[in-house]
Ligand binder design. Sequence first.
Ligand code: NAP
Length: 255
Amino acid sequence: MTDTAQTARTAIVTGAARGIGAAIARRLAEDGYAVAVLDLDAGACAETVATITDAGGRAIAVGANVADATAVAAAVAQVAEELGAPTILINNAGIIRDNLLFKMTEEDWDAVLTVHLRGAFLMSREVQKHQVEAGWGRIVNLSSTSALGNRGQANYAAAKAGMQGLTKTLAIELGRYGVTANAIAPGFIVTDMTRSTAERVGVGFDEFIEATAKTIPVGRAGYPSDIAAAASFFCSEGAGFVSGQVLYVAGGPRA
Ligand code: NAP
């Protein structure tokens, strides 16, 4: 694969206004792809888009709720029209609604399952049309170490374990069309999501990061760029024989 051919490829990164999604969008742009920065509010994507275009890359902001089938179809069509057929999809959009089981509401259960699982399903179903037509594609789904179980996260753990089953099934169904599907399961990553967890448990964020780092074998918290590096690998030409895998990016073997 030449650099020119790689430049022609288009990636969609969901939940890319901030955090891990923004870092993945920036990294994929550095790798030479045109990038659709998708989030609930297109306006919120402006900073990520500007960072990419200021560095000489190609990017557009796209507003869509990944759990809304009509919005997803319109968003993917917009990307195909403005940047070219999307053949790389990063299903990163996510929310948390943590609570112990006995206090968890049905709304909080449904909201988390809907954004992560229904969102990844709808986005993958829409983008695979372009991937199958191109005979090439990459899907990277964001799971989590919470897939292995985490106190206060029955909804999120179920969603993130579900992302692993979805990933393996996409790998089996789409492999014959040159499409790989893999999952990244991050451990503790410094973002607004973990900041809100610190707030919920009543600990300052710096203190929370420091305490968590002590439990991680490499002795530090993770950063969005750590996840972006893994996503970059899964999207690369060289990863074409790697499919249906779950890569734990957690500074050690366990959460
Ligand atoms: P974040 O900072 O909260 O960013 C998530 C982004 O997703 C936000 O911009 C959010 O938009 C967007 N989003 C939420 N619902 C959406 C929807 N329905 N449609 C489109 N976009 C939506 O989270 P993060 O920490 O970067 O996490 C990114 C992914 O990594 C998530 O899937 C998360 O579960 C996973 N992960 C994170 C960690 C961690 O330690 N941070 C660990 C393991 C896995 P709004 O701002 O408008 O809500």
